[in-house]
Design a protein around this ligand. Structure first.
Ligand SMILES: Cc1cc2nc3c(=O)[nH]c(=O)nc-3n(C[C@H](O)[C@H](O)[C@H](O)COP(=O)(O)O)c2cc1C
Length: 210
């Protein structure tokens, strides 16, 4: 089967169903009026180390309205990416309804705001990893109700819970990150394995009789 993104009905479900599993950025922001906001975004990834850069993308709300996260980042230029782990998966899900901008999802989901060091938006205390970010730029993709704002942020400070890091090595058995599949489906990351990457050695790869 071949699928044309422009004409296939419900193409978004195909694309999000094949690019899996996706990490989930639990993005905390603050409005200019001081309302704390937090919401999940799985169009999310890290794209460079230096400068340390993450991206995530926000679609429009029903009724072609801007999402609170994007509006807050446009206004303040700051956000925190909190990593979603097993213990906070249900709270994360609770924050994903389209609540009015004046309601804080921290209260709704029973999450605790913890002060950040370099940005105003608080961290989610229950998340073991928090990336404090400053906005680099927002790139507009698509139009009208299909428009997305691709947020590019520089990570200015990383908080990692002490027990899950040993030197520079993160213990994923303890971190327990959650992956997003399609729709309402998620995965744990308990079933991991190692595959050593080969090193290209020109001499060794030549046939021996040459
Ligand atoms: C696991 C998960 C991942 C999501 N990923 C995205 C995403 O990448 N982009 C997006 O626009 N909405 C995404 N959503 C939906 C938003 O979280 C939802 O629209 C939320 O109400 C936005 O809140 P806000 O207006 O406070 O920013 C996701 C929802 C869930 C449950």
């Amino acid at each position: 089967m071949k699928i044309d993104p422009k004409t296939f009905e419900g193409f978004n479900r195909v694309l999000t169903g094949v690019v899996v599993p996706r990490p989930i950025a639990f993005v905390s922001t603050i409005s200019p009026d001081g309302v704390l906001n937090v919401a999940p975004y799985s169009f999310f990834n890290v794209v460079s180390y230096d400068p340390a850069t993450v991206i995530f993308s926000s679609s429009r709300r029903a009724g072609d309205k801007q999402k609170d996260t994007l509006a807050n980042i446009e206004s303040t230029g700051e956000f925190v990416v909190n990593i979603v782990v097993d213990d906070i998966a249900e709270a994360m899900n609770m924050t994903a309804a389209e609540y009015p901008a004046e309601d804080s999802e921290f209260d709704i989901a029973g999450l605790s705001p913890a002060p950040s060091d370099l940005v105003k938006p608080p961290r989610v205390a229950e998340s073991p990893v928090n990336l404090e970010c400053k906005l680099n730029q927002i790139i507009s993709l698509g139009e009208g109700s299909h428009a997305h704002g691709l947020v590019i942020g520089e990570v200015v400070l990383v908080h990692v819970r002490d027990d899950i890091i040993d030197g520079h090595r993160i213990n994923h058995q303890l971190l327990k990150p959650v992956g997003r599949l399609a729709g309402n489906m998620y995965c744990h990351t308990a079933d991991v394995y190692e595959m050593v990457r080969p090193v290209y050695q020109p001499e060794a790869s030549l046939p021996t009789d040459r």
